[in-house]
Ligand binder design. Structure first.
Ligand code: SAM
Length: 368
């Protein structure tokens, strides 16, 4: 996260991917005709690459965590295989099935399989390469069906983090937040909505450029759910030494990260592609999933992603000592996920051999 001080005397906006409008031209909106030759427009700021894997995910796990992860994987595999057969891939901390999640979750309804946490982003029904567009009612019903099926396999203190975008609704709205259509139609209890704000995205002329998506934070129980706040505190505190009545005002581990999070999107394109980018077109930033996995689960817990994609949830789960269970309908995405996991482990081994690399996020990424 950038502090405003870092940008005080610079010509950059808060977000590195976006050139700020010079002060003298701020009266002009995007609708105004801009007839400057392109070459005279302010040059975009240099691309700041994200790292392939945030270094906190590469720190070595203690041996008892590795053992808990290994044992939990074995137990989880036994409960899954009885109902679903063998996965496409399984190794310590990572189990991936190449199949339709709704059909798989329904098959598991009578099983002992339970997840502590689900982190996912379904297709948004907007015609991406990996989806079949449905009518709106059909999409809402399908969403209710798979979320209800996730609820059916979630443990009593479990959580469900759901990332959703926007859809057009005929005669009603151009870009309606999907949460408005489904938020209360499932058995989960809504704890809160978190806004994920990012710096780059599509531009707009007749509305503000969209720069956020929502995360809905649900639980099974209204009051009993895992929430490891100290594991995800934000150390970027403005006045860490401020005291009241002789006591520090701020937790020494940092502040509550609040319900507005800034993480760059995983971008594509020449000179601007994120280091963590795989060929999958809709990846989660690993930083976000890592925060969710830490706050809502403990080591040895099962973390599910029914729309696994490139297995970002899987990398975050493995890297923090959890057991990932993923469903992904496309075999090519499953294959790239297994390859991504292999490279992640390579990078991790390298960091274990050379711990000094953990101090240099970008240097380490070069090894990827
Ligand atoms: C928005 S993407 C998820 C991307 C993922 N969060 C990541 O970081 O890579 C949705 C994924 O769900 C998959 N998918 C679509 N329908 C599915 C279904 N019925 N069962 C399982 N996977 C499905 C798509 O192929 C796509 O990879």
């Amino acid at each position: 996260m950038k502090s405003s001080a870092a940008f005080k005397n610079s010509n950059l906006s808060l977000f590195a991917d976006e050139p700020e409008t010079p002060v003298s031209r701020r009266w002009e909106t995007e609708d105004a005709v801009d007839d400057r030759p392109i070459a005279q427009n302010p040059p975009p700021p240099p691309h700041r690459p994200t790292s392939a894997v945030p270094t906190w995910l590469l720190r070595p796990l203690q041996s008892q965590v590795l053992k808990a992860q290994h044992d939990a994987t074995t137990r989880t595999l036994v409960s899954l295989e009885e109902f679903l057969g063998r996965p496409l891939h399984a190794e310590a901390g990572f189990i991936l099935y190449n199949r339709d999640c709704l059909e798989a979750l329904r098959s598991l309804s009578g099983s002992r399989f339970r997840t502590q946490l689900t982190v996912t982003s379904p297709p948004y029904n907007i015609g991406k390469a990996y989806e079949t567009v449905r009518g709106l009612q059909d999409y809402v019903q399908w969403s209710v069906d798979w979320i209800t099926a996730v609820h059916g396999v979630t443990g009593p203190t479990g959580a469900f983090w759901l990332n959703l975008g926007y859809v057009p609704v005929a005669q009603k709205g151009r870009a309606v937040p999907i949460p408005y259509l489904i938020w209360d139609k499932t058995p989960f209890f809504l704890i809160q909505e978190v806004v994920w704000n990012y710096g780059a995205g599509v531009s707009a002329r007749q509305s503000f450029s969209p720069r956020n998506e929502k995360w809905l934070f649900y639980s099974v129980s209204h009051s009993q759910y895992t929430f490891n706040l100290d594991d995800v505190r934000d150390p970027n505190v403005k006045y860490p030494n401020q005291k009241k009545n002789g006591k520090y005002r701020c937790n020494p581990l940092g502040k509550n990260p609040s319900d507005v999070w800034q993480f760059p999107k995983v971008t594509t394109g020449t000179n601007r592609s994120s280091k963590e980018r795989t060929p999958h077109p809709a990846q989660f930033p690993l930083g976000i999933v890592e925060r969710l996995v830490r706050v809502s689960s403990n080591s040895g817990d099962v973390v599910l992603d029914p729309f696994s994609g490139s297995a970002s949830t899987g990398i975050a789960a493995v890297g923090t000592g959890r057991v990932f269970v993923g469903f992904e309908i496309r075999e090519d995405y499953c294959r790239l996920s297994v390859e991504r996991l292999r490279r992640f482990r390579q990078l991790r081994d390298e960091a274990e051999r050379q711990p000094s690399l953990l101090n240099d996020d970008l240097g380490l990424s070069e090894l990827y």
